[in-house]
Design a binder for this molecule. Structure first.
Ligand SMILES: [Zn+2]
Ligand SMILES: [Zn+2]
Length: 218
């Protein structure tokens, strides 16, 4: 591996996505219902994919890092990509591997096409870049008895409602990071991006585990 080589890999190793910019743009933990639901869907695909205990028990959120949306993917890996939304009107689109049900990455319209999110609890990430956790979001989606101790323990800001705290410094930094343009060098080496890969495949709507993902806070 060269120093600058960075890639996402599924849990069985059959599917790999090369990141043309290895730099971690941002690092959050997300406690939202939908991240939990995606984790439960992935867990149903393969016995090794269960939620980490700390996530299952509301002790922390799903670990998410963000990268520039500039990618290269070989043909064998492209064959293994599946794209889905939880609901037809959902904002997030998720890229999953069909070989083993790994959550590889996702997009949201807020990122304006420049950024992908990567769930490091599911996807294996190789990069020389690193960023410490910046913020925990969507504490409104976990039971109050877990949210209170989580806030007390946390060394970074904990945001309850993303929309109500949109002007907070942590969210402003997040928005700035995930809307930053793709660098010229990454653009020059990229042969594809999330949207192009998605356009080549059918988009599945899979709302499995909706009830289970919300069962902690009905
Ligand atoms: Zn796999
Ligand atoms: Zn989330």
């Amino acid at each position: 591996m060269t120093e600058s080589e960075a890639f996402l890999e599924c849990r069985c190793g059959a599917c790999r996505i090369t990141l043309c910019d290895p730099t971690v743009r941002f690092h959050i933990e997300c406690l939202c219902f939908d991240c939990r639901q995606r984790g439960l869907i992935s867990a149903s695909k393969n016995p090794g994919n269960s939620l980490p205990d700390a996530v299952a028990n509301f002790e922390r959120g799903v670990d998410l890092v963000y990268f520039a949306n500039a990618l290269t993917v070989d043909e064998a890996s492209r064959e293994l990509l599946e794209f889905s939304k939880l609901r037809a009107d959902a904002f997030n689109t998720t890229m999953m591997s069909t070989c083993c049900g790994t959550l590889l990455c996702g997009t949201h319209p807020l990122y304006e096409g420049t950024t992908i999110s990567v769930n490091t609890d599911s996807c294996l990430v190789t990069t020389s870049s690193n960023m410490s956790l910046q913020v925990v979001v969507f504490a409104c989606d976990i039971p109050d008895e877990h949210a209170a101790p989580l806030v007390r323990r946390s060394t970074v800001p904990v945001i309850f409602s993303f929309s109500e705290e949109f002007e907070s410094p942590a969210i402003k930094e997040f928005m700035s990071a995930v809307t930053a343009p793709v660098s010229a060098s990454a653009s020059a080496t990229a042969t594809t991006n999330f949207e192009k890969l998605c356009a080549a495949k059918p988009l599945t709507i899979d709302n499995a585990y909706f009830i289970e993902s919300r069962a902690g806070k009905p």
